[in-house]
Design a binder for this molecule. Structure first.
Ligand code: SAM
Length: 280
C-alpha cells in the first residue's frame, strides 16, 4: 500500500503545482529514478519510485531525509519540543543561532533536522537563504502558527525511504549522475534561469547557479540522452533555455506565480523539456 507523503518544507521552486503535468509526461516505464536537484522532494514523494538516487547541494536539507529514514519518531519528538514554546522574535533568533552552530560545526543530527523543519515554518516566507559564510539569515515571520509538522506525514516519509531502495547523496548534479545507465530516468529541476527584466546572473549568484552551470547541465543532459537515459527538465520559458535544448522536445506551460501587485505578472511561462516524445 502506498502511504501518502508530501514535502515537509516549503521550498523555492517546489513542484507541487506542476506535479500532475510532469507525471503525465514521464516515461511509462524506466529502471531507476534520479533526481539531482531534490529540494523539497515534491516529485520524489509524489511518485514514490521503488529505486531512486536523489541528491542536492544542501547538506542540512538532505540530513532531514536521512534522519527521517533512520528515526522519524526522534525528529517528530524534537520538533514537538520546539513547538512547545510559544514563538517570539527572541526565541526564533535563538533557534536560528543554534541551527547556524550546527552549520558552522557541520553537525548533521536529529536536532539539526528538527531545527531546519521548525525554522522553515517560522521564517519569512519559508525562504532558505544563507550569507557568504553559509549561515542562515532569514528573519522571523512574526506569526505563531501552532504545530510545525504533520507527524503522520513525517512517519510516512520515513517508512517510504526505509522500505524503498533510495540512495541519498550530497553534492553537485554531475556527481549525482556518475552511475546513471541506459533505461534510467532523470528529472533535473535546477534553479531556474532568471526571467524578470531586472534579474540577471549577477543577482542570481545568490543561488550559486550561474549561466555556466546551465550550460554544464545542458551538456550533461545531451550526453545522457545519447547514451539512452530518459531525461526530463523544467525551467523558465526564456531564450537561453530554448538555445541550450535545441535537440530536445520543449513544451511551454503556464504557472501561477506568487501574488504580484502587477496582475500581468501573476501568470508565468515555464517549459517542460524531454529527450523523448511525450505525446503532448
Ligand atoms: C528548484 S529547486 C528544486 C525544487 C524541487 N523540485 C522541489 O519540488 O522542491 C533547486 C535545488 O537545487 C539545489 N542546487 C543548487 N545548485 C545545485 C547543484 N550545483 N547541484 C545540485 N543541486 C543544486 C538547491 O539546493 C535546490 O534545492
Amino acid at each position: 500500500m502506498t502511504l501518502k507523503t508530501l514535502p515537509f518544507v516549503k521550498w523555492a521552486g517546489g513542484k507541487g503545482q506542476l506535479f500532475d503535468r510532469l507525471k503525465l509526461r514521464m516515461p511509462d516505464s524506466y529502471k531507476r529514478y534520479y533526481e539531482p536537484f531534490l529540494g523539497g522532494g515534491a516529485m520524489l514523494l509524489g511518485l514514490q519510485p521503488e529505486q531512486a538516487v536523489v541528491s542536492d547541494t544542501n547538506e542540512q536539507l538532505l540530513n532531514v531525509y536521512m534522519q527521517l529514514k533512520t528515526d522519524a519518531e526522534a525528529v517528530i519528538a524534537a520538533v514537538s519540543e520546539l513547538d512547545g514554546t510559544v514563538c517570539d522574535t527572541e526565541f526564533y533568533l535563538a533557534q536560528r543561532e543554534k541551527y547556524n552552530d550546527k552549520i558552522r560545526n557541520r553537525i548533521l543530527d536529529t536536532e539539526c533536522a528538527a531545527l531546519m523543519i521548525w525554522i522553515n515554518k517560522h521564517c519569512f516566507n519559508g525562504l532558505y537563504r544563507v550569507n557568504s559564510k553559509g549561515l542562515f539569515n532569514v528573519p522571523y515571520n512574526n506569526r505563531v502558527r501552532g504545530t510545525s509538522i504533520d507527524a503522520e506525514n513525517l512517519r510516512n516519509i520515513g517508512t517510504y525511504l526505509r522500505n524503498a531502495d533510495i540512495d541519498i547523496r550530497c553534492g553537485d548534479f554531475e556527481k549525482a549522475c556518475c552511475d546513471i545507465r541506459a533505461g534510467d530516468f532523470v528529472y533535473f529541476d535546477s534553479p531556474y534561469v532568471p526571467v524578470s527584466d531586472t534579474a540577471n546572473f549577477t543577482d542570481y549568484t545568490k543561488t550559486g547557479f550561474l549561466e555556466e552551470d546551465h550550460v554544464r547541465l545542458a551538456s550533461l543532459a545531451d550526453s545522457l540522452a545519447r547514451k539512452g537515459v530518459l531525461v526530463m527538465l523544467t525551467n523558465n520559458n526564456v531564450p537561453l533555455v530554448h538555445e541550450l535544448y535545441q535537440g530536445f522536445e520543449i513544451e511551454e506551460t503556464s504557472v501561477r506565480r506568487a501574488i504580484n501587485r502587477d496582475a500581468s505578472k501573476r501568470e508565468g511561462s515555464e517549459v517542460i523539456i524531454t529527450s523523448y516524445k511525450t505525446g503532448f
